[in-house]
Design a protein around this ligand. Structure first.
Ligand SMILES: [Ca+2]
Ligand SMILES: [Ca+2]
Length: 288
């Protein structure tokens, strides 16, 4: 009897696991940009997003790619000096979007400090700043505030170099650990007084939310999307993998689907389906 019951349970678990897998496989959101870093040709990093070759990345000399990142794609971009950079041409579809989602695996490796450039689409100089970018903040600190992710949303001329800062909670970015970070930005192009929102996820789950009031609208930036020496400050030394930009906001379930697609663990999906997923997720977070 016990054997029959456990067989039935096993079959039910397998069926649920298949159901859990199916939606992610069939209906993943499509990004405008997605870089895998395992297929570069010379200095060109192919774009796998909807913008096609128009969104290809270009490496500046000295910027290298390698392997060993978490699956599904193991290629990585290594930023190990403040001049390392991958950039695209100017992309109007991203500049004019009211909502954006940025997703990437990252493993910080050094050069920790207070303001460390990571990723963005931003005109750095001359002021006023335009566009948005994401930094690692307070990496050197051992007390709060420390190891935060920060989005700077900068707005156009006319309005006098005005910008908003949106911060994650502490310990969002962990030295030497791979994590999958997702930042959803909303209300970038709303006219009049409004609130800009950043929903900040790690490994598929909401980590914190930040907001800031402004009456300014996002302006077009003449520069392209950048990883590395993106803006003003020294670069966080880090490895990046599977970097994507969506010109719309992902929902919480889409963020989870994308994460589990890029970081599949079959055992996790089976246990999720049988209600034990929380245990495994806690274990996985502890391990990584
Ligand atoms: Ca380098
Ligand atoms: Ca631009």
């Amino acid at each position: 009897m016990a054997t029959r019951l456990s067989r039935v349970s096993l079959l039910a678990a397998c069926a649920l696991a298949v159901l859990a897998l199916a939606p992610a496989a069939l209906a993943l959101p499509i990004p405008a940009l997605e870089f895998h870093f395992d297929d570069a040709v010379g200095a060109t990093v192919p774009n796998h997003g909807s913008l096609g070759t128009f969104g290809d990345g270009t490496l500046v000399p000295g910027t290298t790619i390698g392997s060993g990142a978490p699956p599904r794609f193991s290629g990585l971009l290594a930023i190990d000096s403040s001049s390392d950079l991958m950039s695209t041409t100017d992309l109007d579809v991203l500049d004019s979007a009211n909502e954006l989602t940025l997703s990437f695996f990252v493993r910080p490796t050094g050069n920790y400090g207070s303001w460390m450039d990571m990723i963005g689409d931003c005109k750095a100089t001359p002021s006023p700043h335009q566009g948005w970018y994401f930094q690692a903040r307070d990496m050197e600190r051992t007390t709060s505030p420390r190891r935060r992710g920060m989005v700077l949303v900068g707005y156009d001329a006319g309005a006098g170099n005005s910008y908003s800062l949106l911060y994650s909670a502490d310990d969002y970015i962990i030295p030497n650990d791979w994590h999958y970070l997702t930042i959803v930005l909303k209300n970038l192009a709303v006219a009049g007084a409004h609130t800009v929102i950043a929903e900040i996820y790690r490994d598929g789950l909401l980590f914190s939310t930040a907001s800031a009031g402004t009456s300014l609208q996002m302006a077009n930036t003449p520069d392209g999307f950048k990883i590395g020496n993106a803006m003003w400050d020294g670069s966080l030394y880090a490895q990046y993998s599977t970097v994507a930009v969506y010109d719309y906001a992902l929902t919480p379930s889409e963020v989870w689907d994308v994460y589990t697609y890029h970081y599949p663990e079959p055992g996790t999906l089976v246990l999720l389906a049988t209600g034990l997923g929380g245990l495994v997720l806690r274990r996985r977070r502890a391990r990584r």
